[in-house]
Design a protein around this ligand. Sequence first.
Ligand code: B12
Length: 210
Amino acid sequence: MTDDMVKSLSDLKEEEVLSIVKDRLDAGGDPMKVLDDCRTAMGIVGERYEKEEYFIPHLVYSGEILKEILEMVKPKLAEGEGLERSGKVIIGTVAGDIHDIGKNIVTFMLDANGFDVRDIGVDVPPEQFVKEIKEFEPEVVGLSGFLTISFDSMKETIEAINKAGLRDKVKIMIGGGTLDDSLVKYTGADAFRRFAGGAVALAKEWIGGK
Ligand code: B12
């Protein structure tokens, strides 16, 4: 962890953090380490929001800077990855939740690892997930959520998949900032993974990709 990147990102110093990231990547720095530092900095941003040192505009701005960093990191993440298509995945952020940066990283990593990914966006109602599953016929469904209220949206989404008679056709993974393993049982999912790397490894395990 390099404190200057975490400090300048959590202080929302856009130009400063973008040049630090550029220097690190140009010097051959590990793109996954950059994502690690982003997560650490976002944790600090979240704490300052809770302590009312930061407000909505700061959250919005932190999200915008994060998206710029992601555009810089993506090409480095894709380097050397095989592109043989090996299975279909649907992913979306559940109803009531508009956080998409974490989901976008998972979508990107699955795509870079050869999965055919249909990202259906944010604030997705359960019936939309059902419609997309019938249409796309994925082996895996990923539910993303960053709010505590999203736990119930995940539960309702999985209940809708069940009611539509599709539950035994798909494996369901959940993830997002405030989730942990205890929510697998509560939501009815098959597994939880904390990071994008874990989502890729699990999809490979479930679909038997290379
Ligand atoms: C940026 C941000 C926003 C931005 C989002 C921008 C965007 N386009 O996504 C905006 C401004 C929109 C926002 C809005 C709000 N936010 Co907000 N937000 C954040 C913040 C600071 C960072 C989130 C983020 O993108 N992190 C970066 C990513 C990369 O994080 P990551 O967790 O490492 O991502 C990995 C995993 O999550 C995982 N993953 C993600 N999805 C999936 C899916 C699967 C299947 C798997 C396996 C893995 C997986 O893989 C990712 C990559 O490795 C967090 C604080 C935090 N610590 O997370 C608060 C936070 C999530 N927000 C919070 C709140 C309260 C809100 C608001 C309600 C504020 C308000 N009053 O309006 C609104 C809600 C809007 C809504 N309906 O969703 C709270 C949630 C509290 C709670 N427990 O419910 C937090 C925790 C801040 C806090 N500490 O209070 N927010």
